[in-house]
Design a protein around this ligand. Structure first.
Ligand code: C5P
Length: 220
């Protein structure tokens, strides 16, 4: 603790959850609060980094000393990541990105009509930002970190996801009642592409953030 081991580094963190609009008043979204990503941003500032926080719909105040870019959708987040990551030493994708978005956007509010069945919502795939930047690093040698929320077979699913995405580290959360979504605490395992497996016991999201930066520094 207390070390400025990220001094001179530029780190990019995504946080929150994307919202994929159906019409001007409705969206498909998820339950990510953004707290883990904001904790990562605060921790990186304290360790001396220049921090770009790409915030997707997090109802949290901008952290001091952080360059915050607010985005809405997965497509907007992708643009912001590619821009910010061009000179980044590390990219941490803590945001919950919607896998799909509605195929069409209605410019007027979708109305219900008496006696009519609801129209199905057609979805199309969103870009996988983490897989894209892992495969094609915007800056050579940059450390790329992903997140995964799993309900069962946490380690096996995490290993498979790490390989599929091609990132250096994958932080696997076990989703539960008192953990992860909206909570101040988290419990996770940090998996490394080098085979490492670091369990982080149940505790504050700030503590997990610090452990994640420890592993990034080790690989930077
Ligand atoms: O595939 P899954 O959504 O479980 O993967 C989670 C990880 O991948 C997170 O780090 C998330 O930010 C990232 N992701 C992404 N683009 C997507 C979906 C997920 O970057 N379309």
């Amino acid at each position: 603790g207390g070390e400025r081991d990220l001094a001179g580094k530029h780190v990019v963190v995504s946080a929150g959850g994307t919202r994929e609009p159906l019409d001007p008043v409705r969206f498909l979204g998820n339950r990510s609060s953004g707290k883990q990503g904001y904790a990562l941003a605060r921790s990186a500032v304290a360790r001396g980094a220049r921090v770009t926080l790409l915030s997707a719909n997090a109802a949290l105040p901008d952290p001091a000393g952080v360059d915050v870019v607010h985005v809405g959708t997965a497509v907007q987040l992708r643009e912001a990541v590619l821009k910010a990551a061009a000179d980044a030493d590390a990219v941490v994708m803590a945001a919950a990105v919607a896998d799909f978005r509605p195929e069409t956007y209605a410019t007027g509010k979708i109305k219900k009509k008496d006696g009519q069945e609801p129209a199905p919502i057609a979805l199309v795939r969103n870009p996988d930002i983490l897989a894209e930047i892992s495969a094609d690093r915007p800056r050579p040698g940059q450390v790329v970190v992903g997140f995964a929320a799993e309900t069962d077979d946490v380690l096996a699913n995490g290993r498979a996801k790490l390989a599929r995405k091609g990132c250096d580290l994958l932080v696997v959360n076990e989703v539960g009642e008192r953990k992860t979504f909206g909570s101040e605490e988290n419990e996770a395992v940090i998996l490394g592409a080098d085979g490492s497996e670091i369990p982080v016991p149940y505790g504050p999201k700030d503590a997990l953030a610090d452990r994640i930066w420890d592993e990034v520094v080790r690989r930077g």
